[in-house]
Design a binder for this molecule. Structure first.
Ligand code: SAH
Ligand code: SF4
Length: 380
């Protein structure tokens, strides 16, 4: 075995965010420290497979290395501020505090199988504190504090879900390379539909995806991950180049530029047709799905004309449509259409030949539904 020189304080480099490093970059950093690759692999396993956050517990790393890491790369974790479970659908909203002291939210949603038995678990991840995209119908846009999450903070939301699931006895065998630790309780699906615009935090998103899809730890299949965007078109081909099989969702929400300009300021830079062309031009992949998210707003985007345009657009792109009746939040100036209007809308979309599902958001009673993620202190 290669001798490992004790590291002296003279070598201390500025603090490094080790939890944000995908495995190849951790290996490269260790090489700079004069540490062999297998040591980096060991640390990566502690961090992202065993989910250990205390260097002192990493018993197969030499004491001098552990001390050095503690000095140059202290491990910051997300603190759980509150955990609330929905009495209606069993979803759990966790409010987490980042290293900046800002709150973010993640929602863990059990998705019942059609026969009513417990099915898979989907976790909704935040990518930013707040969101600067300014969509008029979205509570997250009203948060005064805005910051990018690090890749480590994005991944840490999943680590927290794993630890909770494992502690609650929801570990399963035969996943993530047969791991029997906390990763055996990992959620089945991840959706980047929490706070923030993931493509506005692009580098951290890519690093987080690398870690989450690494076969040596979480080992998520890209088919189990959906990245949702309001329409930052220039990043879409870049995302697809880096991760060709990850599913894409586009929050369309209006079928004319006049209405969408009002609802979603991003539309002024990237009008509907531009994004449609970008999506159509993506190199096809057999398993990648594209979804249009469509928050239904009463008397704003719920006409039969909207339904027809939506259906036609979805077919141009080969997208499935998820319609979500608007979730109210304090101070919102929108409401959801009445049931009959929603049903007619869905029928009209179907009559164009497009496929649409009507989704009731999970966690409405705990402020965890789509567009309600804003932290109660601010809007409650
Ligand atoms: N910023 C990204 C990812 C967040 S996803 C994006 O916008 O795609 C949040 C989803 O919830 C988006 O599809 C958004 O349109 C939808 N949404 C926001 N506010 C909502 C509300 N009050 N009711 C229902 N859906 C809402
Ligand atoms: Fe941001 Fe998405 Fe909310 Fe728009 S809908 S403000 S992009 S989180």
């Amino acid at each position: 075995m290669m001798p490992v020189e004790p590291l002296t304080t003279a070598e201390i480099v500025p603090s490094i965010d080790v939890l944000s490093l995908p495995r190849p970059r951790l290996i490269a950093w260790f090489a700079e420290l004069g540490q062999p690759k297998f040591r980096a692999e060991q640390l990566f396993r502690w961090l992202h497979s065993r989910l250990e956050r205390d260097y002192a517990a990493m018993s197969d790393l030499p004491a001098a290395l552990r001390q050095h890491l503690q000095n140059v790369a202290p491990l910051a974790s997300l603190d759980i501020e509150t955990a609330r479970q929905s009495a209606i659908d069993g979803s759990t909203k966790l409010v987490l505090t980042t290293r900046h002291g800002a709150p973010i939210e993640t929602v863990i949603m059990p998705m019942d199988a059609a026969d009513g038995t417990p099915g898979s678990v989907t976790q909704c991840l935040s990518s930013q504190v707040g969101c600067k995209m300014g969509c008029d119908f979205c509570a997250t846009a009203r948060l005064p504090v805005r910051a990018n999450l690090s890749a480590g903070e994005i991944v840490e939301q999943v680590a927290i879900a794993c630890r909770r699931g494992y502690a609650e006895g929801r570990g399963r065998g035969g996943v993530a390379g047969g791991q029997d630790g906390p990763l055996s309780a990992r959620p089945h699906n991840l959706v980047f539909m929490g706070m923030g615009e993931p493509l506005d935090n692009f580098a951290a998103l890519l690093d987080a995806l690398d870690i989450l899809m690494d076969p040596k730890c979480y080992d998520f299949s890209p088919r189990r991950i959906t990245v949702s965007t309001s329409g930052l078109a220039k990043f879409v081909p870049k995302l697809v180049a880096a991760q060709p099989d990850v599913h894409l969702a586009w929050s369309l929400t209006a079928t004319t530029d006049a209405v969408r300009d009002r609802l979603m300021p991003v539309n002024k830079g990237v009008p509907i047709d531009t994004m449609v062309q970008v999506l159509r031009a993506l190199p096809p992949r057999p398993h990648r799905k594209i979804t249009f998210e469509y928050a239904l707003l009463r008397d704003v985007n719920d006409s039969l004309g909207d339904a027809r345009r939506l259906g036609q657009m979805a077919q141009l792109v080969g997208a499935h449509i998820n319609a979500i009746p608007f979730n109210a939040w304090p101070g919102a100036s929108y409401t959801r259409p009445v049931r009959l209007v929603i049903e007619r809308f869905v029928d009209e979309v179907r009559s164009t030949g497009a496929s649409i599902s009507l989704r009731e958001s999970k966690g409405q009673d705990i402020g965890a539904a789509c567009g309600q993620l804003a932290g109660e202190k601010t809007l409650g």
